[in-house]
Design a protein around this ligand. Structure first.
Ligand SMILES: [Zn+2]
Length: 470
């Protein structure tokens, strides 16, 4: 018999789509998600949740809660958009709504709303059964570059949470069992002495040369990095436009990624030394603003397996001919080699299993299979502040296919597909998987005990404050 949570969510399809669609339209970037947060908070209140606002001092963070006592099951929602990714809905070519405006180029409108749907379905299940426990919805701002969850975690917001469930829209159906790269970055500013070139070159000190020398040093540093350690940079102030003026100010932004937070912190220290060297060589002054970054994930295989079983029960999203027709056209706009990139990532993460998966998805408009569950130790070449939460409570991340297969992240193609029927169908699939998982954790003490036991084992003797905070 169909689970009451599934029926409940099916009945709310249009309501949830309406909320997500509004958030898509708001397209608010990090820490400015006022209207999005207000809509989600109002919905929670209307549904009988109590809401606390300004979690961890963040204006657009909040927690909705229903029930009482243990266990406490949390759903994490995001709703921030990305700058520069404004785009008209359901097109196959680039056309911003507002030139240079923001847009949901990572589909956090469905992320936050799908998690909301799961929280409501679990709440209604608790209400119907009179079951014990608490369900919470965490409104988490600024996933993109603002690390809202991390700030909330460090403020103790997840202290009494027994397990947290979240998801992300992608182009496949999966449990993200792989790890994520830890990050740390910083903006380095060089101050020189401006002078006319070549007339006054003797007294000039070029900040741009310092940036260039830092690049040379950083590129040499690359040869001495741990595997899976990456250095990326962008010159954010090149110092000027006229070659006959020696630039006095120049800045470069660096982002480091590595398998562990420890490694990324050590590497960042070396990068600072490289910057100091560049300043010495160029006769300039260097200052920098370090960015905190995010950590690697503490996986929880027991929780991942539990959620995977629920995904098998729900099954991947069925798509209509209309869905496939749009996805087929959209795929023509993807960069050449996009499908090969998907296969490469699968081979990197799944090893031999990738060779079984690839023929099943090759050439498909939308990925309609559920990948097999594998506890993957390797890291995906991405980062998220969900990882920081995993140091405080067990976390699992579901993915559901919401875009045409091989759509890369953070591009106008994501924004435009954010209003497609299939994106919302994917959201419903994720909401169902998360709701069933939450109910299982509330009603199956033995399953939750295993999740908690694994969490205690993996975090024993480890400290977020010591390993991750620099
Ligand atoms: Zn995202």
């Amino acid at each position: 018999m169909e689970h009451d949570a599934i029926r409940n969510l099916e009945g709310r399809r249009e309501m949830l789509r309406g909320i997500a669609s509004q958030i898509w339209g708001f397209a608010e970037i990090k820490n400015q998600e006022y209207r999005s947060a207000a809509l989600l908070k109002q919905t929670l209140r209307d549904e009988g949740f109590s809401v606390t606002e300004n979690t961890a001092g963040l204006e657009t963070a909040f927690i909705g809660e229903y029930g009482a006592g243990k266990p406490v099951i949390a759903f994490l929602g995001e709703y921030d958009a990305l700058p520069g990714l404004s785009q008209e809905p359901c097109l196959t070519y680039k056309k911003p709504v507002v030139e240079g405006g923001s847009g949901h180029g990572c589909c956090h409108h469905v992320l936050g709303t799908g998690a909301l749907g799961a929280a409501i379905a679990v709440k209604e299940h608790l209400e119907r059964t009179g079951g014990a426990g608490t369900v919470r919805y965490y409104g988490c701002p600024a996933e993109e570059g603002g690390r809202g969850k991390q700030v909330m975690a460090m403020a103790g917001a997840f202290q009494d949470v027994d397990a947290a469930i979240t998801w992300h829209s992608t182009d496949d159906n999966n449990i993200w069992s792989m790890n994520f790269l830890a990050t740390k970055g910083g903006v380095f500013h060089f101050k020189g002495i401006t002078a006319a070139a070549p007339g006054q070159s003797v007294i000039g000190r070029s900040a741009l040369e310092a940036v260039e020398l830092m690049s040379v040093g950083a590129n040499y540093l690359r040869a001495h990095l741990e595997p899976d350690c990456f250095i990326n940079y962008a010159v954010v102030n090149a110092g000027g436009v006229a070659p006959n003026v020696i630039p006095a100010d120049a800045s470069v932004s660096y982002l480091l990624r590595a398998k562990t937070r420890k490694t990324v912190i050590q590497t960042f220290r070396r990068l600072v030394e490289v910057a100091q060297g560049a300043a010495l060589m160029s006769g300039t002054q260097m200052t920098y603003e370090a960015e905190f970054g995010t950590s690697e994930l503490i996986p929880n295989r027991a929780l991942e397996r539990l959620v995977y079983e629920k995904f098998k029960e729900v099954g991947p999203t069925p798509y209509t001919e209309k869905d496939l027709a749009y996805a087929r056209e959209l795929r023509k706009s993807l960069p050449p080699g996009a499908e090969e990139m998907t296969f490469q990532a699968l081979r990197m993460l799944y090893g031999d299993v990738a060779e079984e998966l690839i023929p099943q998805i090759r050439g498909k408009e939308i990925n309609d299979i559920l990948y097999p569950y594998l506890p993957i130790e390797k890291s995906k070449y991405g980062s998220t502040d969900v990882c920081d939460v995993s140091w405080f409570t067990p976390v699992v991340q579901v993915t559901a296919a919401c875009y045409a297969k091989d759509t890369p992240g953070h591009c106008w193609q994501v924004t435009t597909q954010g209003q497609a029927d299939f994106c919302y169908s994917g959201m419903m699939t994720a909401a169902k998987v998360m709701a069933l998982s939450g109910i299982e954790l509330l009603e199956n003490p033995e399953a939750l005990r295993q999740v908690r036991e694994e969490f205690e084992q993996r975090t024993s003797g480890r400290s977020y404050a010591e390993e991750c905070c620099e």
